[in-house]
Each structure stands twice: as C-alpha cells, then as structure tokens.
Design a protein around this ligand. Structure first.
Ligand SMILES: [Zn+2]
Length: 194
C-alpha cells in the first residue's frame, strides 16, 4: 500500500466507524451524547464490551480536541458503571489503543470499556518489565523536560533529586474523600443483591 492508498484507507469517507456513527451501518447502540456513541463491540472480549467512538473522525487520541476527549472520558465512566451492573461484573478494563503497535485495529478514535467477571481469564494484565534504575532515572528526566517544554511545568533542574525512596512518599497524592470511596464501593458492588 503506498502513501496515497494509506491516506485513502484512513479517510473519513472510507471509515466504517463513521458510517456506524451516521447510522449507515447498523450496530448495537447502547449510548449516545453530543461527542460520542457507544456500541457493543462486534468482536467482544467479554459480554458488555462497549466501544465509545467519537462522533467526529479522529484516528489517534492526540487529534481529539481536549473538550471532546473530556466528554468521551466522562461517557466512559457512565458506560462502565452501566455495563458493570448490566452483566453483574466485578471490575472494568478501560483502554485506548493508540497506533497499530499498541493494538489499534480501527482507524477511528475509540475507548474500549470491558466489564470484568471473576475468572474471565482475559489476558489484559500489564506485565512487569525489568527496567534498570538508571534507565528509569534517564526516562524521568527526559519526560520532565518534554513536559516542561510543552506545558510550562517546572523544568527538571528544580525537581527534587531522586533519593531511591521516592515511591515510599508520594507527597502530592490527595487522600480519597470518603464520599468518593462510597461511590466507588457502590459502583463496584453494583446492585447485585438488590
Ligand atoms: Zn471515522
């Protein structure tokens, strides 16, 4: 496939998911708001696997305007909660595959919401790689430098030096409010026993 063919394959006109959004291709739609629609995945990992697709044609997450992304992220929370209750799940796996190397198969931005059932055995756990501490330190500095350049954050030179005990004291983490904990517990518990 040459570049022109690739471009054509990725265009809005040829995008199956845009045709689902417009209703030209039927799908099992379970959710809709101004920014996105949610459909049952045709090839689900689990019962209740929902694809939340942007209504506009974007291929990758960095192309999605921030307000649209915020709304789709909020929708994923609503749909995750509903899917949990619908299939009596015990958790959800929510992810975005960004790029072919990351497993992206559709040329249209979407968030996967997959309800998890105990013992479902889905191979979705993230493995632990062995990364040398010096490499981690280098990556941290590089990330900080890039982020500082992009967002006006503190440059790496004013960040606290690594002490080897950083993980033990995450000073910036805010405590979870009890009301939030209740909401999370409620969500995870669903209304199974109701
Ligand atoms: Zn599309």
């Amino acid at each position: 496939m040459d570049t022109a063919e690739q471009q054509a394959a990725l265009s809005k006109e040829n995008c199956l998911f845009c045709q689902i959004v417009s209703g030209r291709i039927p799908a099992r739609k379970v959710y809709e708001d101004d920014a996105c629609i949610g459909i049952l995945d045709l090839y689900p990992a689990n019962a209740g696997h929902v694809l939340l697709m942007a209504k506009e044609h974007f291929i990758f997450m960095p192309q999605v305007p921030r307000d649209v992304l915020d709304r789709i992220a909020s929708a994923s929370r609503i749909v995750a909660r509903a899917a949990l209750r619908a299939v009596q799940g015990d958790g959800t796996t929510i992810f975005i595959a960004n790029g072919g190397l990351a497993g992206q198969k559709a040329p249209h931005f979407m968030i996967h919401v997959i309800p998890r059932l105990s013992g479902d055995g889905l191979p979705l756990a993230v493995p632990e790689a062995k990364i040398a501490p010096e490499v981690q330190q280098q990556v941290k500095a590089q990330l900080a430098a890039v982020l500082a350049g992009k967002q006006g954050l503190a440059p790496p030179s004013v960040m606290p030096a690594a002490t080897g005990q950083e993980a033990a004291k995450p000073a910036q983490v805010q405590p979870v409010e009890k009301s939030d904990l209740d909401a999370i517990t409620d969500m995870l518990a669903g209304d199974k026993d109701a």
